[in-house]
Design a protein around this ligand. Structure first.
Ligand code: SF4
Length: 365
């Protein structure tokens, strides 16, 4: 999702020109080892809403695994408006719900990670093919948002791309003649005829409906999925680009998050430790600022430095130097979630690939 190379290709060939802006969520996840009896292997729990306010899209997933392990995660739509919101703290707070805490109490965290998800669905799919290449999987954005599932559609897109490309490898001339010189573009046609397209079509309105708020969206989703069975003739538009959704700090309500208790809730640094990170300390920062001063003049002054809250790894910190605020970037803590590249209100942060494949080394994640 939001791959550096695919972003460049999408921009270079203007592949998004006929689609709506892609919209994203940030998913933060932990794996726990819990006392015997608190894990029911196979149990899946999804929730929507709490502890988020009703104008913010998001929810949780809990998967009970083997060996007394439980995966728990929380997703927040990156179109959230309040610059004081911290997806990390919302996740920590989620685990304190009486129905949720009983699964984790007495256990210990063994892994931590975070990643952005593409949530735009069918409306935001870019053109899938260009001269010399195709976009598959999350590079294009095939996630089925209400089911929080995308591996099956990503695999299908890869298979369809292979079906489109293989005749060219066998006989380029025959393939060119059969498609009028648009061989790679056959992939788009194959996708439109596939079950993956029909699946994404049937759920296309659920994510954009949440711009109306939690309760209207839930009522609408019930109507659409259970009464109309996903066969509505209309398509709802998305809200627009995520980075433009933030309100100025003066117009927003600060959020007072509880301090971590060290049992169920934790701080960012102890979390990042569980992401198994490795970045060479002396490599150039992979988090580039187009204009460093903008981070103080606009981000800090107008938006109260939202990057210090939306980053789930505490990479961005406002520190004081000679009595003046400065932005410190702890790039070695980055878990490569891509949220800063997406959510920065002035699009001033550019995430480039770090050296030598460094970053989080997720095992059980
Ligand atoms: S620096 Fe950016 S990509 Fe890295 S963890 Fe923070 S928000 Fe995610």
């Amino acid at each position: 999702c939001r791959g550096s190379l695919s972003q460049q290709v999408i921009q270079k060939y203007a592949l998004e020109r006929d689609s709506q802006p892609q919209t994203y969520g940030i998913g933060i996840k932990e794996i726990w080892e819990v006392p015997a009896g608190q894990c029911q292997p196979g149990l899946v729990v999804h929730s929507t809403g709490w502890p988020l306010d009703t104008q913010t899209y998001g929810g949780s997933f809990i998967y009970h695994l083997d060996n007394n392990q439980v995966a728990v995660g929380f997703v927040v739509g990156l179109d959230y408006q309040n610059p004081y919101l911290s997806p990390f703290e919302e996740f920590q707070r989620f685990k304190t719900h009486p129905e949720i805490r009983k699964t984790f109490i007495g256990g210990r965290r063994i892994a931590y990670g975070a990643r952005a998800l593409t949530e735009g669905g069918l409306q935001s799919l870019p053109k899938l093919a260009f001269r010399g290449g195709v976009l598959v999987g999350d590079a294009a954005g095939f996630l089925n948002v209400p089911r929080i599932k995308g591996i099956h559609t990503a695999m299908k897109s890869g298979m369809l791309a292979a079906e489109a490309v293989f005749p060219v490898l066998e006989s380029p001339e025959a393939a060119e003649a059969a498609t009028g010189g648009k061989t790679a573009y056959a992939y788009e046609d194959l996708f439109k005829q596939s079950w993956a397209y029909r699946e994404l079509y049937s759920v296309r309105n659920i994510r954009p409906a949440f711009k109306w708020g939690l309760f209207p969206a839930m009522a609408y989703t019930g109507l659409e999925q259970y009464v109309l069975k996903g066969k509505m003739p209309w398509t709802i538009k998305h809200h627009g680009a995520d980075h433009s959704a933030l309100k100025k700090a003066a117009a927003a309500r600060p959020i007072d998050y509880p301090k971590p208790d060290g049992e169920l809730t934790f701080d960012r640094m102890s979390s990042v430790f569980l992401a198994n990170l490795s970045h060479e300390e002396n490599q150039p920062s992979h988090l580039k600022l187009k204009n460093p001063q903008t981070m103080l003049d606009v981000n800090l002054k107008e938006y109260a430095a939202p990057e210090t809250r939306y980053c789930p790894a505490g990479v961005y910190e406002i520190v004081e130097e000679n009595g003046k605020p400065q932005l410190q970037i702890n790039a070695q803590n980055c878990v490569h979630c891509k949220t800063c590249d997406i959510k920065d209100p002035t699009q001033n942060i550019v995430w480039v690939c770090p050296e030598g494949g460094s970053g989080p080394n997720y095992g059980a994640m």
